[in-house]
Design a protein around this ligand. Structure first.
Ligand code: KG4
Ligand code: ZN
Length: 351
């Protein structure tokens, strides 16, 4: 059976076709990054409007790439939440209309379950295991005993790791989104002289906290007097965004030191959860899991401890619809079909 999947929870308009055996036939993602970049973050109203423009061509492209016509589809799966309500509603409304028009069932999918399911696309995933989602909206650890038994054991108490990347990039005038650029400018940089805090690294929970780290970065930026202004509104003239003469090398140093702190915490907490629960497999996914330095650090620790590590390919770590299709297979098998009055869920406690 061919399944059409739709994902519009944040700033990517995405559609994919997968089979009910878990094969990805197409995976189309239209990023809105350039529409939000000038604002230094996702503007919900702009996201909704762009989804409205992009949803039709993106779905059409996914069908063409998969060599499938609407008539061959057996089900539609769509991200129901969590996410931006206006953005989610564009995908949900489109999915409802399509399912109704084609006379096929509709399934509402949890975005985080989708991220966790991304690991299954190209890897064998066994149970039980520990799953970690590290994205712009979430930093959470899960004990996963079966595809339907997912228990959150820890989460961030304030900012998500990706959000911290984005805010630090903003502080350093590096543009939006922050993850990719911080990764790039940090590569090979010696940051020994800067030692940022590793929040909650040694505590007894599986929770995270990144807002204090962000404040430590801000204080350092102010103390070093790197910029003439620190303007968190992301406005200002281009020359004001450049480091003052002689301060240029502080930007990559601070970025690299920040990234090292985030990675230390993520690696420590993920492997603490693995050890405490006596697990043999760790799955790490979400936008931040596309970070090469994090992937390497996790890989090193996995080799040291003899734990199997699965991190999806980068294109399946960041938001995409293939993961929503793969997560949908379980809902389809369990017959958990949604009705046409299905609504968006902005906060979803279940996962
Ligand atoms: O999973 P995702 O695409 O969307 C959410 O569900 O939030 O994650 C987006 C987040 C952003 O905060 C972005 O800065 C971060 O993932 N990100 C990265 C990298 N690529 C994306 N963070 C660190 N390094 C990267 N290479
Ligand atoms: Zn996501």
């Amino acid at each position: 059976m061919h399944i059409l999947a739709i994902e519009t929870s944040c700033d990517e308009t995405a559609a994919a076709v997968v089979t009910d055996e878990g094969r990805v036939l197409s995976n189309v993602v239209a990023s809105q990054i350039k529409d939000h970049a000038a604002f230094g973050g996702v503007v919900p109203e702009i996201a909704s409007r762009k989804h409205t423009e992009l949803i039709e061509p993106v779905v059409e492209e996914a069908l063409i790439e998969a060599g499938t016509s609407g008539r061959e589809l057996g089900a539609v799966t769509v991200t129901q939440g969590p996410g931006l309500v206006g953005a989610l509603l564009v995908g949900i409304s489109y999915a409802k209309a399509l399912a109704y028009g084609l006379g096929i069932p509709l399934f509402g999918i949890n975005h985080l379950e989708g991220h966790l399911c991304a690991a299954k696309i190209e890897h064998e995933v066994t149970y039980p295991h520990i799953g970690m989602v590290v994205s712009g909206g979430h930093t959470s650890l899960y004990r996963i005993c079966s595809p339907s038994d997912i228990v959150r054991i820890g989460q961030t108490l304030d900012d998500a790791a990706g959000e911290a990347y984005d805010k630090v990039a903003k502080l350093l005038y590096l543009g939006y989104p922050g993850g990719v650029v911080i990764e790039r400018i940090s590569r090979g940089v010696d940051h020994e002289e800067i030692d940022f805090p590793r929040p909650l690294i040694n505590d007894d929970t599986y929770d995270f906290s990144f807002s204090g780290l962000k404040t430590a970065v801000l204080n350092r930026v102010l103390r070093e007097e790197i910029f003439e202004h620190v303007d968190l509104s992301f406005s200002g003239l281009p020359e004001e965004k450049k480091p003052l003469p002689g301060k240029e090398d502080m930007v990559p140093k601070i970025a690299a030191a920040f990234q090292a702190a985030v990675i230390d915490v993520l690696v420590a907490k993920a492997f603490k959860a693995v050890a405490d629960h006596d697990m043999k497999l760790l799955v790490v996914t979400g936008g931040v899991a596309s970070n090469g330095a994090l992937r390497e650090a996790l890989g090193r620790k996995a080799r040291e401890t003899g734990i199997r590590l699965v991190i999806p390919d980068r294109k399946y770590c960041t938001d995409n619809a293939a993961m929503i299709g793969i997560a949908g297979i379980r809902s389809i098998k369990e017959g958990r079909c949604a009705s046409l009055d299905m609504n968006a869920v902005s906060r979803w406690e279940r996962v």
